[in-house]
Design a protein. Structure first.
Length: 229
C-alpha cells in the first residue's frame, strides 16, 4: 500500500471510530472523549512495530466498534477489509455473556490469540492502566484498582507472543500503580480473579464478582502479598 493511501486509510478509520463513539466518554475524573483512548491504543501499537502494518493500526483504532458501538463485522469487512474485521472480532468480547464469564474467557483464550490481537489487547490494557493511574473513576479505591491490575496481569501472562515493547510498557505502568498501593493494607489470600473488566474501566460501572481457578501474577507475590499460586 502506497504511503499516501495508507495515511488516508488510517485517517478514514480514525474518523469512522470517532463518529461511532461520538457520544461516549471515559469515566475517569477527566471525562475524556472516548476517541482519546482509541487513538492512544493505535499509537501504542504503531510505535511498537518494527515494520509498518496499516491493517493492525486500523484494527487498533476500531477495536471497540463491534463491542461498544454496534458495528458489525460485515460492515468493517466491507469498508476496511476482512483482515481488519477479523482482528477487531478477535479482540471483541461476547456481550451476551455475563461479565464474569467474559472475564474468564479473556484469560482462557489469551494463549490462542494471534500476534496482532495480542498487540491490540496489550495496548488496550496499557491505556486502561494509565487511565486508572491518572484519572480513575471517583468511586474506585485502591483495592478496586488492585483487582483490575491483577486481572489484566493474568490476561497478559497468557499471551504466547507479546510485543516486547508493549509488554515492557505494561510492566512499567503496572509497577507505577503497584507502588501506589504500597500504603494500602495487604489484600487477602487470592485464589480467584476479581470481576473487574476492561468494559468497567471504560464505563466506570461497579459491581464485584469472582471467577475461580486462575493463577495470580508472580510480581504481586514478589512484593510480599499473600497470594496463592
Amino acid at each position: 500500500m502506497k504511503a499516501t493511501k495508507a495515511v488516508h486509510t488510517i485517517l478514514d478509520a480514525a474518523d469512522f471510530a470517532a463518529r461511532k463513539h461520538a457520544n461516549q466518554r471515559r469515566k475517569g475524573s477527566a471525562a475524556e472523549p472516548y476517541v482519546n483512548h482509541l487513538i492512544e491504543v493505535a499509537e501504542l501499537v504503531c510505535g511498537a512495530l518494527n515494520e509498518p502494518d496499516v491493517n493492525l493500526v486500523i484494527a487498533a483504532l476500531l477495536h471497540d466498534t463491534i463491542e461498544d458501538a454496534g458495528v458489525t463485522r460485515e460492515e468493517l469487512a466491507e469498508r476496511f477489509g476482512a483482515e481488519v474485521a477479523d482482528l477487531v472480532a478477535e479482540v471483541t468480547d461476547e456481550k451476551s455473556l455475563p461479565k464474569a464469564e467474559r472475564k474468564r474467557l479473556q484469560i482462557e483464550n489469551a494463549p490462542k490469540k494471534s500476534v496482532g490481537a495480542q498487540a491490540i489487547q496489550l495496548a488496550d490494557k496499557i491505556s486502561n492502566l494509565r487511565g486508572i493511574a491518572d484519572s480513575p473513576p471517583a468511586d474506585w479505591d485502591k483495592q478496586r484498582k488492585r483487582e483490575y491490575v491483577t486481572w489484566a496481569r493474568n490476561v497478559v501472562d497468557g499471551f504466547t507472543a507479546p510485543n516486547p515493547l508493549l509488554e515492557a510498557e505494561f510492566d512499567k505502568v503496572a509497577l507505577r500503580l503497584q507502588e501506589g498501593f504500597a500504603d494500602a493494607p495487604n489484600p487477602p489470600r487470592v485464589s480467584h480473579v476479581i470481576d473487574v473488566t476492561d468494559e468497567e474501566i471504560r464505563s466506570g460501572k461497579t459491581g464485584i464478582g469472582v471467577v475461580g481457578g486462575v493463577r495470580p501474577p508472580s510480581w504481586l507475590r514478589s512484593q510480599g502479598h499473600d497470594v496463592q499460586k
